[in-house]
Design a protein around this ligand. Structure first.
Ligand SMILES: *Cc1c(COP(=O)(O)O)cnc(C)c1O
Length: 321
């Protein structure tokens, strides 16, 4: 794979750990975890890998501000704000939702990193993002727009490299993880094509149906292979996405997420979050129980972070009861 300009923001390689007590409890295949919740910057997460490339591009353009958008408890926005702080750049976050009466969890961290936060309704998000960008330029600044979830070909490329990092540690039969804006999955799929990895890459949908997500991620994966030096076609049929665990929708913690959070916490001392990794872990646990995996398989759960959301009032109250 072609090497792209990178800033060192993450602690890499992230650790690989076995989850023997979970495997035994479920009576299933051996289960492993890739700890991208331990990427180091600002409590970690998958966006930090993407930001190593996106922020390098921003600095190469002479940017003085990072601008991005997300949901209230966006992990992407929190890691972007931290990266900006570390690089001496200003940061504006456009957060879709009601301004919470108490700054908690990721919102508190955004604040501590010195980000300028704009609260908008979900429908007003794109217009506000554009307005913030134009305004920064009109003021003589050099803003850099970080894509949603860091999911452009450049951000996704980080996960092609991450697959290369993983395959030195373990050659799993399955890689299971939470998929949302699609950059993680697109990068892993692009990496698999470029590295001839033959295991299965299964995204558990967090907020969209498979029929919407798969074509978009396939297109992004194809563009990512091109960026990495070889134009390889990726079709929606190449994408394994399971939308059977959407529950009551994005960021709504249900019984399945609660059970996964408690199970991993109590058996392994491992934290998963209410929005992304809790949902993906719940999906993986259900698939193990249903006998979806072969008992000889090595199943790798790619932990993408999100832990700070556990401390958001909405989730913490419910988890504590
Ligand atoms: C953003 C995020 C994801 C989803 O990654 P995408 O590349 O956007 O699909 C998964 N888990 C956590 C904790 C995230 O913050």
């Amino acid at each position: 794979m072609k090497r792209l300009p990178r800033l060192a923001l993450a602690h890499l390689p992230t650790p690989l750990e076995a989850l023997p007590r979970l495997s035994a409890e479920l009576g299933g295949p051996s289960i492993w975890v890739k700890r991208d919740d331990q990427t180091g910057l600002a409590f970690g997460g998958n966006k930090t890998r993407k930001l190593e490339y996106l922020a390098a591009a921003a600095l190469a353009e002479g940017a003085d501000r990072l601008i991005t958008a997300g949901a209230t408890q966006s992990n992407h926005c929190r890691q972007t704000a931290a990266a900006a702080a570390r690089l001496g750049l200003a940061c504006t976050l456009v957060l879709a939702g009601e301004e919470p009466s108490r700054k908690d969890a990721n919102v508190l961290l955004d604040h501590l990193f010195g980000a300028d936060i704009r609260w908008v309704s979900k429908s007003g998000r794109d217009a506000e993002l554009q307005a913030v960008y134009e305004h920064a330029k009109a003021d003589g600044g050099k803003p850099y727009l970080v894509p949603y979830g860091g999911s452009s070909p450049l951000g996704a490329a980080a996960y092609a490299y991450a697959l290369e990092e993983l395959l030195v540690q373990i050659q799993p039969d399955w890689i299971v993880f939470a998929t949302s804006s699609g950059g993680t999955q697109a990068g892993l799929v692009a990496g698999a094509k470029l590295l001839d990895y033959e295991g299965s890459i299964l995204g558990i949908c967090v907020d969209e149906k498979a029929e919407e997500l798969a074509p978009r991620v396939a297109a992004l994966a194809g563009e990512t292979t091109t960026l990495l030096g070889q134009q390889l076609p990726v079709s929606a049929a190449d994408m394994l996405v399971n939308d059977g665990y959407l529950g009551d929708g994005y960021a709504v913690m249900g019984n399945a997420e609660r059970e996964a959070i408690r199970l991993l916490g109590s058996l392994e001392g491992l934290l998963v979050d209410p929005v992304y990794t809790g949902r993906a872990a719940a999906g993986m646990i259900d698939l193990v129980r249903k006998g979806f995996f072969n008992s000889q398989d090595k199943v790798l759960f790619w932990h993408t972070g999100g832990g700070p959301a556990l401390f958001a009032d909405t989730y913490a109250r419910e988890l504590a009861s």
